[in-house]
Design a protein around this ligand. Structure first.
Ligand code: TYM
Length: 332
């Protein structure tokens, strides 16, 4: 039997290079050999301020970006989280076995609390439990996702372990949930363009979208901070220059990287030249993406039928797990 894989992306707009390198590339690497479900996690999207009138479009954008990136509906299932109501049911049941104190300690919760101090809602605290439910609903063993998701996947393992200990002694005696592992890609941490932190949709100036044209990529890279380029010496380990070189390493050939590194060491680097090479390389890598995005965008009926047939299968799989969980928890 093929191992099950699950991952999701929030509907916060068009996918950026961080989503692509940290998550989608992992999805693409697994879809040929594994039993995959890839989701648009709209219920996670609404835990921070959002525009309800734009949400359906944002969901559609992620589906289209998934297809354009090369996820193949013949090889994997595409899901919209809220259309499979079992996610919420399982999340509630799992929340009854997990301590609140552990959730309050998680980095994402603290970050979002700081970012939206007037919007600290229950859903935000509950976020990792819903994410655990997403993964466990399908008994997934592998989760292609960026490094920032590791604490949530650890919570998922803790919940799986606890559930298995508390409720697994019925019928066959087999454990209910596997303990999932994150599937790491080379771009599991794509740096922000502003010099600190990671590339993120919620922080303007930090990201490049997959759909961006060459001029937009150039403009976004142009605003990435640099220095005079004349100091020379070893490359810094952190800060804007380190971040720019990390991004360069993710896209260009080794020789090109080494050339710019050498230029830096010798105090003669031309950042404008380096940014131009990077912009061109990013743009070129995404050429097939842009082409497919246009094709799928012009074929809404095909996209609808892909979503509908996928969702039907997902609901059936989800219901099988729920029947087992309800029975094990004494609810059926
Ligand atoms: P989200 O929507 O913030 O991000 C989607 C995916 O993109 C990855 N990512 C990055 N990877 C590398 N570098 C970056 N700068 C970068 N920015 C984003 C994220 O790690 C993620 O893999 N909680 C999740 C959504 C979720 C989920 C799930 C994921 C809900 N349920 C179940 C996996 C399995 C999130 O907020 O992703």
């Amino acid at each position: 039997m093929k191992k099950r894989v699950y991952s999701g992306i929030r509907a916060t707009g068009r996918l950026h290079l961080g989503n692509y390198l940290g998550a989608v590339k992992g999805m693409l690497a697994l879809q040929d050999t594994h039993d995959c479900i890839f989701s648009v996690v709209d219920l996670h999207t609404i835990t921070v301020p959002y525009d309800p009138s734009a949400l359906q479009n944002s969901i559609r954008d992620v589906i289209l970006d998934y297809l354009a990136a090369g996820l193949d509906p013949k090889k994997c299932k595409l899901e919209i989280q809220s259309k499979v109501p079992q996610h919420v049911e399982l999340a509630y049941l799992l929340s009854t076995i997990y301590p609140v104190s552990r959730l309050e300690d998680l980095p994402t919760y603290k970050e979002k609390k700081a970012q939206y101090p007037k919007y600290v809602n229950m859903g935000l605290l509950y976020y990792p439990v819903l994410m655990a439910a997403d993964i466990l609903l399908y008994k997934a063993e592998i989760v292609p996702a960026g490094a920032d998701q590791e604490p949530h996947i650890e919570v998922t393992r803790e919940i799986a372990r606890k559930f298995n200990t508390m409720f697994s002694s019925t019928s066959s005696g087999q454990v209910t949930f596997p303990e999932p592992q994150r599937f790491e890609t080379e771009g599991q941490y794509v740096p922000s363009l502003v010099g600190i932190g990671k590339m993120s949709k919620s922080v303007e100036g930090t990201y490049i979208n997959l759909i961006d044209d060459l001029d937009t990529i150039r403009k976004r890279l142009a605003s990435a901070p640099t220095d005079s380029g004349t100091s020379g010496g070893e490359l810094p380990k952190e800060g804007p220059i380190a971040q720019l070189f990390k991004l360069l390493a993710l896209f260009v050939q080794k020789e090109t990287y080494t050339k710019f590194e050498q230029d830096y060491r010798e105090g003669k680097i031309q950042y404008s030249e380096m940014k131009e090479v990077l912009a061109q390389t990013i743009y070129k890598e995404l050429e097939p993406f842009r082409k497919r995005r246009k094709e799928f965008g012009e074929n809404p009926k095909l996209v609808d039928s892909i979503i509908n047939s996928s969702l039907e299968q997902c609901r059936q799989m989800a219901e099988e797990t729920m029947a087992e969980v309800r029975e094990k928890m004494g609810l059926a």
